[in-house]
Ligand binder design. Sequence first.
Ligand SMILES: [Fe+2]
Length: 103
Amino acid sequence: MPKLNRPKDAKNLVEKEITHTPQVEVSGNGDGYRVTITVGKIKHGMEPNHFIEYIELYDDETFVARADIGPSTLPVASFWLKAMPEKPVAHARCTTHGEWSNA
Ligand SMILES: [Fe+2]
């Protein structure tokens, strides 16, 4: 299994953590819950030879959803859920710097 990178201190991101740590935002509209995941506190670049190739959402360790993306997109994915996740955890994979999680 590939190494999963996690921020050492989520409140004080440093170096590659700043552009690779997924940021999770949850909102609701009465019909469901929207979870938006943006890769990077400063968005990761999306260049042809270096980009985010997928974004996944877990509820703690249970898989919920995945978006495969490419260099013509922003490093962002939104998922509409029927129920609020208890512990939303995001993973994102960079083609150059590996897999990253917010938790
Ligand atoms: Fe990267």
